[in-house]
Design a protein. Structure first.
Length: 267
C-alpha cells in the first residue's frame, strides 16, 4: 500500500489519468491525497469530479478556493468568471448529487505525521486547532441552510485570527487561511493580493510556512494553491502546485519515501 499526494488538478483530467498510470495507482490498495482545486480552468472538470466522487475511500481530498467557487456558483450566489470551465458541471444531470458530495468534503485533514490543507495555516494554529476550526466550517457547509453560509464567506476582512471571532467573520478567516493564503506577517496578518514567487514577496510578509515557531511545524503539511512557488519540499512541508493548468507539470509524491513523480501538462 502506498499513499500518493497530488497537486492542484483544476480540471486537468487527461493529465490526471496519465499521472495515475505513471504511479501505477491501485485503488484497492493505494490512497490518493488531493490538495484541493480539483475543478476549474482545465479542460474536463466534470470527469475529474465524477472520478473522485466514485473513488470512495481510495481518495481523500480537501476543498480549495476553486472548489468553493463552484459551490457558490451552483448555489446561485456567484457568477461564472472569465476563464472558468465549470459550466459542464452545472449543466450535468448529476450536478445536484455532485454538489452535495462536494459540500461534504474536508477543509483540512491529518493522519499521523502528515496533514493536508489547500493553502496554509496561520502561525498560531496547531494541527489539533486547525482540525477543530476546519470542522466548524465543514459543519456549516453541510447544513441544510448552507446557502446562508455561502452568502457570507467571501471577503478579505478580517485578515487575521482572534479566538473570540464569532459567526461568519470567524468562518471567513478560517476559509481564507486554509484556501487562499500564501503569505502572512509574523503576527498572522494575511495578504490575498500576492500571487508571485518567493523573490517578489512584499516587505513585511513571509511565506506562511516560514513564519518562525509556527504552531503547526511538528507535522509535515501537504498543500497546493501557490503555482508560482512550484514544487517545494522541506522537512515539514510538501507544496505540490506545479502549475499543470498553466502548462507546467502535474506532480505526485509518495509519502512513504517522498519519491516525486511528474508529467508535463499542455496548459
Amino acid at each position: 500500500m502506498a499513499t500518493y499526494a497530488i497537486g492542484d488538478l483544476q480540471g486537468c483530467y487527461p493529465s490526471f489519468q496519465q499521472l495515475l498510470e505513471l504511479i501505477q495507482f491501485n485503488p484497492r490498495e493505494d490512497k490518493l491525497w488531493l490538495v484541493g482545486d480539483i475543478v476549474n480552468r482545465g479542460p474536463d472538470s466534470l470527469s475529474l469530479l465524477r472520478y473522485v466522487k466514485q473513488a470512495g475511500d481510495a481518495v481523500v481530498m480537501v476543498l480549495g478556493n476553486h472548489d468553493l467557487h463552484l459551490l457558490m456558483v451552483a448555489a446561485g450566489l456567484a457568477k461564472n468568471r472569465r476563464g472558468d470551465t465549470i459550466q459542464a458541471i452545472l449543466d450535468a444531470p448529476d450536478c445536484n448529487d455532485l454538489m452535495f458530495w462536494l459540500r461534504h468534503q474536508k477543509l483540512f485533514y491529518s493522519d499521523g505525521d502528515y496533514a493536508m490543507v489547500h493553502a496554509g495555516l496561520l502561525p498560531g494554529w496547531s494541527i489539533e486547532k486547525a482540525s477543530q476550526l476546519a470542522q466548524e466550517v465543514e459543519k456549516a457547509l453541510q447544513q441544510s441552510n448552507y446557502q446562508e453560509t455561502f452568502s457570507e464567506i467571501y471577503g478579505n476582512e478580517p485578515n487575521y485570527w482572534r479566538d473570540d471571532w464569532m459567526g461568519y467573520e470567524r468562518l471567513r478567516v478560517i476559509i481564507n487561511a486554509m484556501t487562499r493564503m500564501r503569505v502572512c506577517s509574523v503576527a498572522g496578518h494575511m495578504s490575498f493580493a500576492f500571487k508571485g514567487d518567493m523573490a517578489a514577496i512584499p516587505a513585511g510578509y513571509l511565506p506562511w510556512f516560514n513564519i518562525p515557531e509556527r504552531a503547526s511545524q511538528n507535522a509535515t503539511i501537504v498543500c497546493g494553491h501557490w503555482s508560482a512557488l512550484g514544487l517545494h519540499v522541506t522537512d515539514n512541508l510538501i507544496a505540490l502546485d506545479s502549475g499543470c493548468v498553466w502548462g507546467g507539470q502535474l506532480t505526485a509524491i509518495r509519502l512513504e519515501d517522498r519519491k516525486v513523480f511528474q508529467i508535463p501538462c499542455a496548459g
